[in-house]
Design a protein around this ligand. Structure first.
Ligand code: BV8
Length: 224
């Protein structure tokens, strides 16, 4: 049985990673386009670098929760028949035991060089404008997919969705595309679709089954 799981910020909420659109969310106090778009980066790179530096530093203070660990167990059981696609840029799936995770919106612990296009594991800050380890130019940006940019791994994701028997969406408000369209793409190809989220979303009607609750409670039950 082939399973595709899509996760969003809600799966990391119980680990202490703020979501985007909940009341105390990341976007609060920020104009999204100021901190998560190429235009925002061009206008004020220091603001954007600092926004991601703070989130990168926070990763050292949080741990994977029961939902991440359950998906790690699911990968043990299903192997290559499980594809985890995440909109999240944290590393909690990996620290929860999953080894093959498609980060379609990039990763906090990666930096991308605008000059030589190389990527580097990155654990410190970028706002101090460090030189690229590859080309020595001061041209590093967060390796994050911003609004208007093309998500990563789309070919792999579309192929996995075309083969999926089950599609499960966990902890996402289904407001950002193309991720929000995955349920339709999976359903068109006959997959059974399940939504696990704290509250109903605009996409809930599109799922065969929509369960409300905390990911830390729902995901272990769904997995086991
Ligand atoms: C694209 C950066 C083309 C990473 C993010 C005009 C111009 C250009 C594009 C567009 C346009 N108009 C529309 C678009 C498309 C645009 C888009 O969708 N805009 C929206 C706002 C309408 N999309 C894009 O630009 C994308 N690129 O379209 O390129 C293309 C497409 C396909 C193929 C080729 C080309 C790029 C989108 C990526 C943007 N980057 N952020 C970062 O900073 O982290 S988006 C941002 O939102 C995050 O990545 C996040 O992952 C994503 C989705 O948010 P969620 O994860 O769902 O989080 P949210 O807070 O919203 O919801 C949390 C949910 O959890 C809630 O429902 C809550 O109830 C629940 N919850 C809370 N606690 C718990 C819980 N659930 C369970 N348990 C709990 N404990």
């Amino acid at each position: 049985m082939k399973v595709v799981v899509l996760t969003g910020a809600g799966i990391s909420a119980e680990s202490g990673v703020p979501t985007f659109r909940d009341s105390d969310g990341l976007w609060e106090g920020h104009d999204v386009m100021e901190v998560a778009s190429p235009e925002g980066f061009d206008a004020d790179p220091h603001l954007v670098q600092t926004f991601y530096d703070l989130r990168r530093a926070h990763l050292d203070k949080v741990e994977p929760n029961a939902a991440h660990l359950a998906l790690g167990r699911l990968e043990q059981a299903l192997g290559d028949d499980l594809v985890i696609v995440t909109q999240n840029v944290d590393d909690l799936h990996e620290r929860g035991g999953a080894s093959r995770v498609l980060h379609m919106h990039g990763e906090l612990r990666s930096a991308l060089c605008l000059s030589c296009a190389q990527r580097f594991g990155w654990d410190t800050t970028l706002a101090d404008n460090p030189r690229c380890p590859g080309c020595d130019r001061k041209a590093l940006r967060p390796d994050i997919v911003w609004f208007g940019e093309i998500p990563y791994h789309m070919d792999e994701i579309l192929f996995a969705l075309s083969e999926a028997d089950v599609f499960c969406s966990i902890g996402t408000s289904a407001q950002v595309y193309p991720a929000a369209a995955f349920v339709e793409w999976a359903a068109q190809r006959g997959a059974r679709t399940v939504e696990l989220n704290l509250e109903r979303t605009g996409a809930s009607e599109s799922f065969d089954e929509s369960r409300q609750g905390r990911a830390g409670d729902l995901v272990p039950v769904w997995v086991d």
